[in-house]
Design a protein around this ligand. Structure first.
Ligand code: SF4
Ligand code: SF4
Length: 467
């Protein structure tokens, strides 16, 4: 295999990796089995934009053979961090961990443009750190959506006055609630709900006595309200007592993906102290990206440091995606009063659920077991949609090319199952991205989180069966 990376004798980069555990990069045997699973390699057909090529670059930096120059940094920045290469790799190379550590080193050691400095300061260090600011941003976006401007821009000739990217970004806007779910429920003990069995026996469902915490995230805390509401009701209906710690913060995934490990460490410590004292059986997430980050907090701390000694193992072991959690209580779910009319629903597997958390079969089994439901995975269900946290904002062209493949797979699946009216995906970032793709291509398909779909199946004549 030929590589055209610039080789430099300078060894500065080697010193930068001194404090980072990076030996796992040696697991890569350069077999190339990961190449065909990589969305950026598929689009760009360039070895530097493949997992193996990026591992060469990272190893070159680690060993001091390469310098932090654009021809090295750019392909690393073009990675979506989707981690499909991890699932494909027979040698167990922890690609995401290596990439995220490398991005941390890059951020700390390369100069940033003024624009980048301001956006990091305002967004990552400002907005995502403050629930109050998130609520304000959510209210402003809600007002903006209610003004009708996004529709005017996307549906009328007015859109032609704006750059194509700006028009597409109108489709990406989240459905903002203008309020914080976390503040609304902060620190209350939300008791289990008494639910009657579906068979009209009058029998109450025998519930589990579990105490779980809900992780609410940052953007999710103030948008797509139905996802948290549905998650909460489903947990309570199978007998969980639910706590929403009011002092929890953003998971830090967006920060880690963009190299800001310092802020992510601060968030990790805050979240540990928000959840650990609550004596919980599990900590539930409904955003695959947040779940993956919460399960890997220990990667943020160098071995031997005081923070690395904190109770990460216990915290991480409690993190579980709501779909995986519910699938463990199928005998209770079966008794809930679900509607049984026929419905075909398409399924998209979020990368950070499937490749990072290695959770794939359980969510599909859970949804397929619903009465009357035929679950159809998209033809390329396991391929990235190009969302990647804020990847769709920082690498918009490549993100859009990856999204177009996803939309083509939706079209293909719809040709075989034209009766499908909706598609489900368990990561809000994927939901925003695919929804934008559906809207901009005028595909009449609703997209929702599986927890919301489950709750919709519990409605009869528009009234929720469960309070
Ligand atoms: S990352 Fe894994 S699959 Fe890819 S080249 Fe290295 S060993 Fe092979
Ligand atoms: S994380 Fe995704 S985009 Fe990055 S190298 Fe691996 S497969 Fe490619």
């Amino acid at each position: 295999m030929s590589t055209d990376f610039s080789q430099n004798s300078a060894i500065e980069s080697k010193a930068l990796f001194n404090e980072v555990e990076f030996d796992n990069i040696l697991k890569c045997v350069h077999c190339g089995l990961c190449l065909d699973s990589c969305p950026t390699y598929r689009e760009l057909a360039d070895e530097k934009d493949s997992p193996r090529g990026r591992l060469y670059l990272m190893r070159g930096l680690w060993e001091g053979e390469l310098e932090l120059k654009p021809q090295v940094i750019d392909p690393l920045n073009r990675c979506i961090d989707c981690r499909a290469c991890e699932s494909a790799c027979p040698s167990g190379v922890p690609f995401g961990e290596l990439l995220e550590k490398t991005r941390g080193i890059i951020l700390e050691n390369k100069s940033q443009s003024l624009k980048e400095k301001i956006s990091r300061m305002f967004l990552l260090k400002g907005l995502f750190r403050s629930t109050g600011l998130m609520i304000t941003a959510s209210r402003l976006l809600k007002l903006y959506s209610a003004s009708g401007l996004p529709k005017l821009i996307t549906k009328t000739f007015i859109g032609r006055l704006f750059p194509e990217l700006f028009v597409f970004q109108q489709h990406l806007l989240p459905d903002c609630s203008g309020e914080s779910f976390k503040r609304k429920h902060a620190d209350k003990i939300l008791a289990p709900l008494q639910v009657q069995e579906s068979q009209k026996t009058g029998t109450q469902i025998q519930q589990k006595n579990l105490r779980v915490g809900m992780f609410t995230g940052c953007i999710m805390d103030v948008s797509e309200k139905a996802i948290h509401d549905s998650t909460l009701t489903l947990l309570r209906s199978i007998g969980c007592e639910v706590v929403v710690p009011g002092n929890q913060v953003c998971c830090g995934a967006l920060h880690v993906h963009s190299g800001d490990r310092k802020t992510a460490r601060e968030f990790a410590v805050k979240n540990l102290s928000a959840f650990e004292p609550r004596n919980l059986d599990a900590i539930i997430t409904n955003a695959a990206g947040c779940g993956a980050q919460l399960k890997e907090y220990h990667h943020l701390f160098a071995e031997g440091t005081a923070d690395a000694q904190m109770n990460w193992g216990s915290f991480e072991n409690k993190i579980i995606d709501v779909l995986e959690f519910l699938s463990g209580y199928s005998e209770l779910l079966e008794k809930l009063p679900f509607r049984d009319e026929e419905d075909t629903v398409l399924y998209d597997a979020p990368c950070h659920l499937m490749h990072a958390q290695k959770v794939d079969e359980n969510p599909r089994k859970l949804l397929s077991s619903l009465p009357g439901v035929t679950l159809v995975p998209l033809t390329e269900s396991n391929w990235c949609c190009g969302s990647g946290g804020i990847y769709n904002l920082v690498q918009p062209d490549l993100s859009k090319a990856v999204l177009e493949r996803k939309i083509e797979s939706v079209r293909q699946t719809l040709r075989a199952f034209p009766e499908a009216k909706s598609i489900v995906t368990g990561n809000p970032g994927c939901l925003y991205q695919i929804r934008a793709g559906l809207r901009s291509n005028a595909i009449d398909l609703s997209i929702l989180h599986p927890a919301v779909y489950l709750m919709e199946r519990l409605k009869i004549n528009g009234s929720p069966q469960i309070p």
